[in-house]
Design a protein around this ligand. Structure first.
Ligand code: NAD
Length: 489
């Protein structure tokens, strides 16, 4: 088995230490690849390459139209290799190939969106108090960007960072999650093929506490864009203070899905399922907190449980599979503990609450889709991000109470409201303290809509124009065409 290499200054290289890591298929624990395991020293080389490339200025001074052309080409190549990329993503994460194909379409869409808007903002001329002068505001790249991604949507999260950084003329060092590096390696091959110049985009493989830590503390890095857990985000924020790096943090979520009695019942049940069990709940915006009006609560839970018990678990490569395994044994153990703690807090397990017993699922990191009822907002199981296929159900009797429950979280990533009363829907979403809110919908995102969190769900936005601006500095230039002495002194 070839070792998957790092990409530093236009060269494919093993780790300096020659260390490697086995990449495991979470469905059966087979080794699917061996990857280089870089550390601080590899990160330093990559940062130097990115620094030198930025300081040479070739990429930042290439026209935005030309950068957009290259990024369009990356999108073309992702579309060309979609099937291969989807299969690799499923091998690495356990998600169904159908889901991975959808991810690849989204990823190509992200590269295309940023390629298209690359040359649409030439700056602006603003009014000047100085006679005979030109006063303009332009956008420039931030510099060297450190980009750290998680395992749940390995390539999708990478695309949200790579595309805007590239079109705005930055150079970068990316570190994917050490357990899911494979599609990111492949996309760096495609970026090389598309013509991204040497040193502009560098890839270092390895652990967070070595490679990630170096990216956060190295003073040659100007910006850190991180997607991952809240505790890691806090550590990165502290580390990044060393040279006051710019920060974009996409942290977790504990997202409320509020269902009023006047909602379309069957659609709300169907979408509540999708909101939480898609990709086994390993989604930052999963609708893990179901908040249902008391008058329909029992009927809603019954309908939900019936559907949940029919969810088919299995290999992501089996067309019949609806839900794959969790990413790793370590993560499975966390989900098991999260539910066990919930049981101690007094929740009722309406279905699931354990690992499946079928012999064919024993080698995979499976957990049964789980519905927990009799949950209250003060419980840890309602407050903490479980990041597994587990939904907690709370009840409310008034709109005011529903909104109080929805907002009772340290997180503020996303949330949804289900009702046919449009005035009520608009009142509710105005009160919800989250970066994305859906009315009669859940978990929809697209390249031109900004994504990110209020409160402790993060800082800054990805996607949309806001996602581009994270990678830009704003410069005001005043050009006096007819300078005069001031004669003040
Ligand atoms: P994680 O925080 O453990 O790891 C994320 C990345 O950070 C990995 O690449 C890891 O190696 C690296 N890392 C770990 N320690 C580090 C350190 N000290 N310094 C620098 N880098 C370090 O998160 P995870 O378990 O991979 O992903 C799950 C989490 O990601 C969940 O909390 C989820 O909500 C969040 N997430 C958020 C979004 C969003 O858009 N808000 C999207 C996807 C995932």
């Amino acid at each position: 088995m070839d070792t998957k290499k790092q990409f530093i200054n236009g060269e494919w290289v093993l780790a300096l230490s020659e260390q490697t890591r086995e990449i495991i298929n979470p469905f059966n624990q087979e080794v699917v690849a061996i990857a280089a395991e870089g550390n601080e020293e590899d990160a330093k080389l990559a940062i130097k390459a990115a620094r030198d490339a930025f300081d040479r200025g070739e990429w930042s001074q290439t026209s935005a139209t030309e950068r957009g052309r290259i990024v369009h080409k990356i999108a073309d190549l992702i579309e060309r290799d979609k099937e291969e990329l989807a299969e690799i993503e499923s091998l690495d994460t356990g998600k169904t190939v159908e889901e991975s194909r959808g991810d690849m379409d989204d990823i190509a869409g992200v590269f295309r969106y940023y390629a298209e808007i690359a040359d649409k903002d030439g700056g602006e001329i603003i009014d000047s108090p100085i006679p005979n002068s030109i006063s303009k505001v332009v956008k420039e790249p931030v510099g060297v960007c450190g980009q750290i991604t998680p395992w749940n949507y390995p390539l999708l999260q990478a695309s949200w960072k790579l595309a805007p950084a590239l079109v705005t003329g930055n150079t970068l060092v990316m570190k994917p999650s050490e357990i899911t590096p494979l599609t990111t390696v492949k996309v760096f091959e495609l970026m090389e093929e598309a013509g991204v110049p040497n040193g502009v985009a560098n890839l270092v493989l390895g652990a967070g506490n070595s490679v990630g830590q170096e990216l956060s503390t190295n003073t040659d890095v100007d910006l850190i864009s991180f997607t991952g857990g809240i505790q890691t985000g806090k550590r990165i924020m502290q580390a990044a203070s060393v040279n006051v790096k710019k920060l974009a943090l996409e942290l977790g979520g504990k997202n409320p899905n509020v269902v009023f009695a006047d909602a379309d019942f069957d659609t709300a049940v169907d979408q509540a399922l999708n909101a939480v069990f898609f990709h086994a709940g390993q989604i930052c915006s999963a609708g893990t907190r179901l908040i249902v009006e008391e008058s329909i609560h029992d009927e809603f839970v019954d309908a939900l449980v019936k559907r949940v018990e029919n969810i088919r678990l299995g290999s992501g490569f089996d067309e019949k599979t609806q839900m794959g395994p969790l990413i790793s044994e370590e993560h499975l153990n966390k989900v098991v503990q999260y539910v066990e703690d919930g049981k101690k807090e007094g929740v009722t397990v309406a279905t699931g609450g354990r690992r499946p017993e079928s012999p064919e699922l024993q080698d995979g990191f499976f957990y049964l889709p789980t519905v927990l009822t009799n949950c209250t907002t003060d419980m840890d199981v309602v407050q903490n991000e479980g990041f597994g296929p587990v939904i907690t159900v709370e009840k409310f009797t008034s709109e005011e109470e529903a909104m109080k429950l929805a907002n009772d979280s340290i997180y503020g990533l996303a949330g949804g409201v289900w009702t046919k009363d449009i005035a009520k829907a608009e009142r509710c979403v105005a009160k919800m303290r989250m970066g994305t809110v859906w009315i009669n919908e859940f978990n929809v995102y697209f390249p031109h809509a900004p994504w990110g969190g209020f409160k402790q769900s993060g800082i800054g936005r990805e996607l949309g124009k806001s996602g581009l601006e994270e990678y830009q500095e704003t410069k005001h230039i005043l050009h006096n065409l007819d300078p005069q002495a001031l004669n003040w002194f």
